[in-house]
Design a protein around this ligand. Structure first.
Ligand code: NAD
Length: 247
């Protein structure tokens, strides 16, 4: 579905991002994953090479909250592979701090990675996409961008902003043949969720109409669809993959 396309996936070393990278590679794309540290990037690349030594995959670890570093890393992908067709902004952090315990620094940390880093990556990538005649950007939102959450207000605030970036840029960049969408996962079985006590996972699952948390691969399937030509007329969409959790 993605034969010959070149993709960047931020936060591609584990969890949902890692499954997106696998899915894209298995569908013929060349992928550069961005992680936070050299060791986690190397570990992810080794795992992928063990699965299929023919996959064209590389890694980098720019500081995503530094606009200049992100620009350098994005330009390096274009230098190496000649183009950038797909940018997936997936790296993100969440938190559950109650308002009365919040600090300004904590709020800034979430906004810096979940919002500003998305903008920093889009800036150079969109210019490259415009020059080459088009491309596609997919941001990782969350079901809390629709429902909010009862603590940790920085996280839903950041994902509401991601939706705002997505819908606005879809309108602005359509003329350049750049599609901009987001995927809004519900509770997904990544390390973050696996670390929760089984009883907590059970309680959360009981509230989900489909009766269970999602698997990272199920979320990655939405990223595959949105990146593919099957979604050639889909832009400005926030696609929920949440078992109807927020309904
Ligand atoms: P995860 O913690 O398993 O992975 C997060 C990824 O982001 C990792 O690859 C990590 O290296 C990267 N990352 C974190 N901080 C970074 C930094 N400062 N610089 C560079 N990279 C950094 O998380 P996940 O559950 O796979 O989440 C991925 C995305 O999905 C996030 O945007 C998250 O908000 C969103 N999401 C997750 C869930 C869920 O239930 N897991 C639900 C809704 C939305």
């Amino acid at each position: 579905m993605l034969k010959g396309k070149v993709a960047i996936v931020t936060g591609g070393t584990r969890g949902i991002g890692f499954e997106i990278v696998r899915k894209y590679l298995a569908n013929g794309a060349k992928v550069v994953l961005f992680g936070s540290r050299q060791e986690s990037v190397d570990r992810a690349l080794q795992k992928l090479k063990e699965e299929n030594s023919g996959w064209e995959v590389a890694g980098d670890h720019p500081c995503l909250t530094d606009a200049a570093e992100v620009e350098r890393a994005v330009l390096a992908v274009k230098e190496r592979f000649g183009r950038i067709d797909i940018l997936v902004n997936n790296a993100g952090i969440s938190q559950n701090t109650p308002l009365y315990d919040y600090t300004a620094e904590e709020f800034d940390k979430v906004i810096d990675l979940n919002v500003k880093a998305v903008f920093y990556a889009i800036l150079p990538a969109a210019k490259i996409m415009r020059e080459q005649g088009g491309g596609c950007i997919i941001n990782t939102s969350s079901m809390v961008s629709i429902s909010g959450q009862p603590a940790g207000v920085g996280y839903p605030a950041s994902k509401f902003a991601v939706n705002g970036i997505t819908i606005s840029l879809a309108r602005e960049l359509g003329k350049d043949h750049i599609r901009v969408n987001a995927v809004a996962p519900g509770v997904t079985r990544t390390d973050m969720v696996a670390a929760l006590p089984e009883a907590t996972v059970k309680a959360i699952s009981a509230r989900i109409p489909l009766g269970r948390a999602g698997e990272p691969e199920e979320v990655a399937n939405a990223f595959l669809y949105l990146a593919s030509d099957l979604a050639s007329y889909v832009t400005g969409e926030i696609l929920s993959v949440d078992g109807a959790s927020k309904a």
